[in-house]
Structures are given as structure tokens and as C-alpha cells.
Design a protein. Structure first.
Length: 196
């Protein structure tokens, strides 16, 4: 019985040491740490973003139309997006040592101007002629809605809205690359073309 107890203790010690000591003895030396470097700003990273929409502009106006034997007035409401096409961005300068770059972006543009037909209201439409076949209210309305769409696009493309879109786009692009440890300056294609 005593031999059995001694054997059991030896077996228990062997198992315990194999669980705690053996893995440490057999483990290989610590491998060298993996070093990862960012390749910095690339056009591909910007292109993946496609259009960077920075501003939504809401437009409200009253349009009065006359023609086709009718006169009408409409309360127009609509909106448009203003953004930058990052597919046309390019990297003008890139310094790996200092992690600084200059990115040239195209000017912001108006995207998807639309008349909101659920909020646009017909104020009044009147026939201006006595003969019923000489008045086409539908044709007048269609022409006014076309003009309304163009009004929304023109209003959204104002200098103020485009400047606001530039500021927002530059801030977003700079922040995007700051996350990678790069300092990026943003310039605009229209301004770069003006430089000698």
C-alpha cells in the first residue's frame, strides 16, 4: 500500500510538472515584434469613398408661370446634395519621412437636385383665354416643374454653399489621414490650376 501511495505521488508530480513546467521549457524564443508601416495617402483609399457628400441644401421659393393660355403660381420646396467627387482626387506631394502630403481635390458640385413634390404646393392656376382648347394647364405645370428643378440646382450651387462644402470636405479628408498618422494639406484643382 505504501508503494502504491509513493507511485501515485510520483505520477501526480509528473503530471503537474508536465502541465506547468514542460510548456515553458519547450516554448520557442520570443519572436521579433511585427512592424507595420502605413503606406500613407493613396488615391485608391479616397476613390473607395466615391462622392463625399458634405452638405444638403434646402430650397424654398415661389415660381409664377404664364403660358399655354394659363397663369399659375407654385410654392416650390426642394433640396440638393453638394459634394466632392473623390474619384478625381490626386496626390500632388508625398513625403514618407515626415508623413506629410498634399491632396488636390476637384471642386464641389451639386448632386441630385430635386423638387420635393410632397411639399411643393400649387398656389393657383387660372386660364387666361376663353377658348377651352387653347389652354393647357398640364403643359404649364410641367414647364414650371422643370424650371423649379433648375432653380434648386442653381440655389444649391451658390458660392456660400460650395465654400461650406469645401471646408467640410477638407476637414473630413484631413481627419481620415490623421487616423493613419499623416498630416495632409488639401488644395483644390481650380486653385492649383491658377498657380504658376
Amino acid at each position: 500500500m505504501r508503494i502504491m501511495t509513493v507511485l501515485l505521488l510520483i505520477l501526480l508530480t509528473a503530471v503537474t510538472s508536465s502541465i506547468f513546467v514542460l510548456p515553458r521549457l519547450l516554448s520557442p524564443a520570443m519572436p521579433a515584434p511585427v512592424v507595420v508601416h502605413s503606406q500613407g495617402p493613396t488615391v485608391e483609399r479616397l476613390e473607395r469613398l466615391s462622392h463625399l457628400v458634405t452638405t444638403r441644401v434646402y430650397v424654398a421659393d415661389v415660381l409664377v408661370g404664364e403660358g399655354e393660355g394659363c397663369r399659375g403660381a407654385w410654392l416650390i420646396k426642394g433640396d440638393a446634395l453638394v459634394g466632392v467627387n473623390l474619384g478625381r482626387a490626386r496626390i500632388a506631394e508625398k513625403d514618407e519621412a515626415t508623413k506629410q502630403a498634399m491632396i488636390v481635390l476637384p471642386s464641389p458640385e451639386v448632386l441630385q437636385p430635386r423638387v420635393d413634390h410632397t411639399r411643393t404646393k400649387t398656389w393657383e392656376v387660372r386660364r387666361m383665354v376663353w377658348l377651352p382648347w387653347n389652354a393647357d394647364q398640364d403643359q404649364l405645370r410641367d414647364e414650371v416643374m422643370l424650371q423649379a428643378q433648375q432653380l434648386v440646382a442653381r440655389s444649391a450651387g451658390s458660392n456660400e454653399n460650395l465654400q461650406q462644402a469645401k471646408t467640410a470636405a477638407a476637414t473630413i479628408v484631413k481627419g481620415f489621414f490623421e487616423e493613419l498618422g499623416w498630416q495632409v494639406r488639401v488644395t483644390w484643382a481650380s486653385e492649383a490650376a491658377d498657380r504658376p
